[in-house]
Design a protein around this ligand. Structure first.
Ligand SMILES: [Fe+2]
Length: 299
């Protein structure tokens, strides 16, 4: 029996100095974690409110991450480096420049970290299908990291979830890792070398066994969208803000925390209109996006 490692799995804080809509919940999180003293914090992406377009959001997110009471590791989300090329418009898609800004501000976007008997591999899911040189580098890195893991069991952390109900499914929603990219994980999943998949992005918590592998979605610390489930795809998760306790030992223990002090901000109405319009609200003292909510852009 080995001692388990206590990981606080946090995601989608959407931090911004100029538009600190969700800073309150971040302060609650910092207070919670300073009491709980995890060994490591994993952050599942969307660190910034709009880091892809506003470098200051990314810089602020970095300063906030450095306030965590223990070491942390993060992977980028679409709000940090742009969206996955396959489903984004040209302006919204990941680029070399945006990725480089992330590397300079936050750190490596794909990495491997050993803790106890486990190896955690962080992946940049936003560069999948991008054709950027880093996409192929990451694939080789993943392969090497898994084959060199020895007796360690492997956890994969990515912003995007790998699949909804089955590895073999054909996704028409655009919310899941593209099938051609999922293929780099499949042989290791089938062989049982990867035992846990952690992801953010959905702003809902879910813990499901799919084809024998544990898939855990972190809730956002910042906000939910369409909590009432009136128009947004739900995928069967729970739409509340919070964070996830993951204990890695002989067993995998997962527990979602929904601190009562956190506020369940629901920005479903913003997303309906194109949240980018409202993200401009109060930026630099201007109210640029306010009152023009009929235009629809992707968020
Ligand atoms: Fe997010």
């Amino acid at each position: 029996m080995t001692a388990s490692s206590f990981i606080a799995f946090v995601s989608d804080p959407h931090l911004s100095e100029e538009r600190p809509f969700f800073q309150f919940n971040w302060e609650v999180l910092l207070d919670e974690l300073s009491r709980q003293q995890p060994d490591l914090v994993l952050v599942g992406g969307d660190l910034a409110l709009d880091g892809a377009n506003n470098p200051s959001d990314l810089r602020f997110a970095r300063r906030q991450l450095d306030r965590l009471p223990c070491p942390w590791l993060a992977v980028p989300g679409n709000h940090d480096i742009g969206d996955i090329a396959k489903s984004a418009s040209a302006e919204a898609a990941v680029t070399e420049e945006r990725r480089n800004r992330y590397l300079e501000t936050i750190g490596r976007d794909f990495w491997s970290f050993d803790i106890g008997d486990w190896r955690i591999i962080g992946l940049n899911s936003m560069i999948l299908t991008s054709g950027l040189a880093a996409e192929a580098e990451q694939e080789r890195f993943l392969e090497d990291s898994i084959t060199q893991a020895g007796s360690r069991r492997v956890v994969i952390l990515s912003h995007m979830a790998v699949c909804d109900t089955a590895l073999s499914e054909f996704d028409v929603t655009g919310w899941f890792m593209p099938a051609e990219s999922r293929a780099m994980l499949s042989p290791h999943l089938v062989a049982g070398r990867i035992q846990l998949l952690l992801s953010g992005d959905m702003h809902q918590s879910r813990d499901r066994l799919i084809d024998g592998i544990r898939h855990v979605w972190a809730p956002s610390t910042a906000f939910v969208t369409d909590m009432a489930g009136e128009w947004r795809p739900h995928f069967g998760g729970r739409k509340r803000v919070g964070w996830t306790e993951v204990r890695l030992g002989n067993e995998i223990d997962v527990r979602t925390h929904e601190p009562r002090r956190m506020v369940d901000f629901d920005i479903g109405n913003w997303v309906h209109d194109g949240a980018g319009l409202y993200y401009e609200f109060a930026r630099g003292g201007r109210f640029a996006g306010f009152g023009i909510g009929s235009k629809t852009i992707s968020s």
